[in-house]
Design a protein around this ligand. Structure first.
Ligand SMILES: Nc1ncnc2c1ncn2[C@@H]1O[C@H](COP(=O)(O)OP(=O)(O)O)[C@@H](O)[C@H]1O
Ligand SMILES: [Mg+2]
Length: 398
């Protein structure tokens, strides 16, 4: 079968996964349901921090949780504040997100237009453009805790919801600003009984620590949901469920092979799945397809996510055999982020050992490695680089 006859790939290497393809994380989802959604539907405010590294699945998790919240009558507002530097950027982003939160629901869409119509500029072919000038003028009203809480409550009332589930994603930039930490603390303190708001901030652990540095009491306000690498079992289910959604069959050995090399990392799962989808020449994903797919995904990771200077160094003949031994030393361990110099040195040949120090220095200079907490330990600064190194060893072996 030619690729042309195929429909759309059900894989999303570059987008949050649509809730219907979301797998795993069942404990974390339950926790948000019990401690968050149910409480908020009964008139409480609950602040969560969805914490994890780049590409681990925070946004996907937040969206899946919002969809679950809808079953309890919570209205979802998804707001990415990646470009926000101060509170007025932040509140403009929340206002825009609220305006667009009706989605495909025409009743909600209409209620929002009636309420916030003055921020709508022009009707376009698909949806509408915003009147940014007016929006920017009014946004500061949401830059103080009472203003935002009142806005949220009005939103809930007009949409006839039991509460609002507000996701604030990509807080990387704004977490630096001390006023943001004070604002969030103020928001939590100012909520009165009956304020139905589930607030979920998404970011890395160091951004949360930065907020605490900026305002110590932030330390105690969040219920933290840690998004970790997935289990092999969840990854396997991901491949089975996603391929079967497009009527493709998966062989057991192929599925466990792909899950093993994805190392619990959802972004790699999606890349590998996508490659397998396009590689398969029938509707069966067998081991042969899986091996090709992982090899292609390795190249993708190298080309897309690894800095080109680093990429060239990692591919140099001198270093490849050393890298292979670094990747091999911890086998299937989910933490592929660090190694001990002595462990690796023990596995090196005489000539590799001569290049090893030089290699470590160069990797530190390129900001790939840093010294760990323990003497003789090295840590990778980026998971994608560590994953690439691991994936590359498959290519070496074949
Ligand atoms: N639970 C999941 N099931 C399937 N794919 C997922 C899951 N979580 C994340 N992904 C995929 O992993 C990649 C990164 O997810 P994303 O939610 O954007 O991560 P983050 O927001 O932490 O950077 C995306 O390609 C997404 O489709
Ligand atoms: Mg994200």
């Amino acid at each position: 079968m030619a690729a042309l006859e195929k429909g759309n790939s059900p894989f999303y290497p570059n987008h949050p996964v649509p809730p219907e393809f979301f797998v795993g994380r069942s404990e974390e989802i339950e926790r948000v349901r019990e401690r968050g959604i149910r409480q908020v539907a009964n008139g409480k405010m609950v602040p969560f921090y969805i914490q994890g590294e780049y590409g681990i699945g925070k946004t996907s998790f937040a969206k899946a949780a919002q969809q679950l919240g809808e079953a309890y009558g919570l209205h979802p507002i998804y707001c990415s504040v990646g470009g926000a530097r101060d509170l007025s950027d932040f509140s403009a982003a929340v206002l825009q997100a609220a305006l667009r939160s009706g989605g495909l629901n025409t009743t909600k869409e209409e209620a929002l237009r009636n309420w916030l119509g003055k921020y709508i500029g022009r009707q376009e072919l698909f949806g509408f453009s915003l009147n940014m000038e007016v929006l920017r003028q009014d946004a500061p009203q949401l830059s103080n805790p009472f203003g935002l809480l009142g806005f949220i409550e009005e939103n809930r009332r007009r949409l006839n919801a039991t509460g609002v589930f507000l996701v604030v994603d990509e807080i990387n930039g704004i977490a630096d600003s001390p006023e943001f930490a004070h604002f969030i603390k103020g928001l939590v303190d100012s909520a009165e009984a009956g304020q139905s708001l589930l607030l979920a901030l998404c970011g890395t652990e160091d951004r949360r620590r930065r907020m605490i540095q900026n305002h110590q009491p932030v330390d105690r306000i969040f219920d933290i949901v840690e998004i970790a690498p997935m289990s092999q079992k969840d990854s396997e289910r991901f491949f089975e469920v996603t391929f079967s959604s497009v009527n493709m069959e998966t062989r057991k050995d192929a599925v466990s092979f792909m899950a093993y090399w994805a190392a619990g990392f959802p972004k790699i799962m999606q890349l590998v799945g996508d490659e397998a989808f396009w590689t398969a020449s029938s509707n069966v994903v067998d081991l042969d397809v899986a091996v090709q797919a992982v090899n292609r995904a390795a190249n993708e990771v190298g080309a897309q996510y690894v800095d080109q200077q680093v990429y060239r160094a990692l591919r140099s003949a001198d270093y490849r055999s050393i890298l292979k031994k670094i990747a091999a030393h911890d086998g299937i361990s989910p933490d592929i982020m660090s190694f001990r110099k002595a462990d690796v040195a023990g596995a090196l040949t005489e000539s590799e050992r001569k290049k090893f120090n030089n290699f470590l220095q160069k990797m530190k200079r390129l900001n790939v490695l840093r010294s760990g907490d323990v003497q003789g330990e090295y840590r990778f600064n980026q998971r994608m680089v560590a994953l690439y190194i691991r994936l590359q060893t498959l290519q070496e072996g074949s």
